[in-house]
Design a protein around this ligand. Structure first.
Ligand code: AMP
Length: 623
């Protein structure tokens, strides 16, 4: 997306993470991650120190960490502003040396020097600054930087120092859960900051778990925190890595049972197992099963399928630990009524995690944004608020553009109309267009035009596992719900099987006020043309279904029809097929009225054939 040239001295948002860091920027079109030249959103918070040469930062440092174990620093955030005595000993198992640094603070002996955690973080921040400068094409000197809610003053100061070393002024240090809430527009709108909403931020990452209960400060200060932290709980040794470990334990246990208890797994083999366990885990977030396969040499192949249900049983104790922390946090906060739950961290992509959170808090959590990006996006929103570039679109009280879904043939069925005041909800019934269709793709669109090609695509998802039925029989209810923060949830549910699928999006992200005006103006300019095209597209879809039923019945009873009638029926069929072919060639050039009449004519002519078919089936015959 091109950036407006009016950016002067921008403030970016930075999520300085334990494992990965990101930089984001928020303008009229909403917050977005600034990617590096290779298209990566995440920069690994990993730095390799090379004696007498420049440090290596990010992807390259992480990729070669195994070759340079003693000179590659990761997880430096755990040491920021912490004393050596306090922290040095408690984090074991790191391949690089943690030493007693300046003023008794923890530091690292790497690349022939002593390096502080701030210096490590400064390398990461400098790399992010460079990415931001490339994308925004201006010098970047200011940032909002996030830290965990539990960071004390020394840790926050260390973060500021790291920024200064990198040539960045940390205009504000913001709590990560606060940023996550801001990314969803909660608290970002001055106008809606009237009530005191209570928000839970559930952050389940790779190595740590944190849950925070926040309260929006009504009419809160413009320049300060919009949220008060009511309570925080967590587990600094609980993360996605433990889920990988659970899969590894399953696999190594079964391998030993099958091929000998004496089998050893050296470090290289363990690393390979870890990569593959993580892949299987990620597969299970979207698929029902994953195949685990390990080759141990000739005739010693381990292979088994891990189903979603079994996976969920294995990880249940870990998920339960996160819920126990949620219970503690809720108790410490005085068991308040919760208005929203926001998900952060890669491990919240696991469906069992989401449903456990939903069950505990009794509400669907917010998951419209990528859980790895939500903190950085929120930091960017805070930055925009601070720089005075308030986003009008975050202040939505109405739906700025209509919302709907794609129907057969590329038309759009609108469920929520433009200017509907929020919150709002709408439902409509749909069905399948092909016999035996078991999956339906739902394509969510935004805009005023009639055809998919002229609207803005905002989400796609699949409803799977519909029992096979003839086309048109399944009853699929699609529900659109836009809540008070402008977040859209679309749910599709098939009545008979109870199958459901859902997606969340923030329709205003990526959309400027100018875009809204243009899309609205376009819809007036093209109104007549669009109506005609929509009508033709619908005619094509319904005619196809009619033709299918008629041709199926005709195949069964053809021999009972008199030749003159058969001829009139076939000519009506040919005529309608001709209109469909013409419409597919160019919908604009078709005479919709003539098309409609051809369809009606076939309907009328086919009545007699249907009667013959019914009589025949009453006689108990089939073709
Ligand atoms: P974070 O620390 O927030 O970057 O989260 C990283 C963790 O999320 C790692 O343990 C990843 O394995 C995990 N993760 C990322 N994507 C998925 C996914 N699709 N399903 C399950 N876990 C995931």
């Amino acid at each position: 997306m091109p950036v407006t040239s009016s950016i002067i001295d921008p403030i970016v948002g930075i999520d300085l993470g334990t494992t990965n860091s990101l930089v984001a920027f928020c303008d009229d079109a909403g917050p977005r991650i600034l990617m590096d030249d290779a298209g990566h959103a995440l920069l690994p918070s990993v730095v390799r120190f090379v004696e007498g040469a420049a440090a290596v930062v990010g992807h390259e440092a992480r990729a070669h960490a195994v070759e340079y174990p003693v000179d590659t620093v990761y997880s430096a955030k755990r040491f920021m502003g912490r004393g050596f005595a306090e922290q040095g000993a408690s984090i074991g198992g790191l391949p690089f040396a943690v030493v007693d640094g300046p003023r008794g603070l923890a530091a690292f002996a790497v690349g022939g020097a002593v390096v502080t955690p701030q210096e490590v973080a400064a390398h990461v921040l400098r790399a992010l600054k460079a990415v931001a400068e490339r994308r925004l094409e201006v010098e970047v000197r200011r940032a909002v930087i996030t830290v965990p809610a539990y960071f004390d003053d020394a840790q926050r100061q260390a973060t500021r120092d790291a920024a200064r070393l990198a040539g960045i002024e940390a205009v504000r240090i913001v709590n990560e859960p606060t940023a996550a809430a801001l990314a969803y527009g909660i608290g970002a709108s001055e106008r809606r900051r009237t009530s005191s909403e209570t928000i839970v931020v559930y952050d389940f990452g790779g190595g740590t778990f944190d849950v925070s209960v926040l309260q929006l400060v009504p009419g809160g200060p413009d320049d300060g925190e919009f949220f008060q932290v009511l309570s925080a709980a967590g587990d600094t040794r609980l993360g996605g890595d433990d889920i990988d470990d659970a899969i590894i334990a399953l696999v190594t246990g079964e391998i030993r049972a099958a091929f000998g208890t004496e089998l050893e797994f050296p470090p290289a083999a363990r690393q390979a197992l870890r990569n593959f366990a993580e892949r299987a885990k990620m597969t299970l977030s979207s698929a029902e099963s994953a195949t685990l396969e390990v080759s141990l040499g000739v005739d010693r192949n381990y292979r088994r399928v891990l189903g979603r249900a079994e996976f969920e049983t294995i990880i249940a104790p870990l998920v339960d630990r996160t819920i126990a922390a949620c219970r503690r946090a809720m108790r410490d906060a005085g068991a308040p009524e919760i208005d929203r739950v926001v998900l952060v961290g890669g491990s919240t992509r696991i469906p069992a995690v989401r449903s456990a959170v939903a069950a505990f808090f009794g509400r669907e959590p917010y998951a419209a944004l990528d859980p790895d990006q939500v903190v950085a996006l929120g930091a960017a929103v805070q930055a925009a608020v601070l720089s005075g570039a308030r986003r009008d679109l975050l202040l939505v009280d109405v739906v700025p553009l209509s919302l709907g879904i794609e129907t057969v043939g590329g038309a759009v069925a609108k469920l929520v109309m433009r200017n509907a005041s929020i919150p709002t909800r709408a439902t409509e019934m749909f069905s399948t267009s092909v016999d035996g269709q078991v999956n339906v793709g739902i394509h969510v669109l935004q805009g005023e035009r009639e055809l998919v090609a002229d609207c803005r695509s905002i989400a796609r998802f699949d409803l799977r596992g519909i029992p096979p039925m003839p086309a048109g029989i399944p009853q699929i209810e699609v529900e659109f719900m836009v809540d008070a923060n402008g977040i859209l949830s679309v749910t599709a549910a098939e009545r008979r099987s109870g199958r459901r699928a859902t997606v969340q999006v923030i329709p205003t992200y990526g959309l400027t006020a100018a875009d809204v005006d243009r899309m609205e103006a376009d819809s007036f300019t093209h109104a007549r043309d669009d109506m005609q095209r929509h009508r033709v597209v619908d005619l094509v879809a319904t005619s196809r279904l009619d033709l299918k039923w008629i041709c199926d019945a005709l195949a069964r009873v053809r021999d009972e029809l008199d030749p003159a009638y058969l001829q009139s029926l076939e000519s009506a069929i040919m005529s309608l097929k001709g209109h469909i072919a013409a419409a597919e060639h160019d919908a604009r050039a078709v005479d919709a009225n003539a098309f409609y009449q051809a369809k009606e004519a076939l309907d009328r002519v086919s009545v007699r054939m249907h009667e013959v078919a019914i009589t025949r089936s009453l006689r108990g015959e089939s073709a």
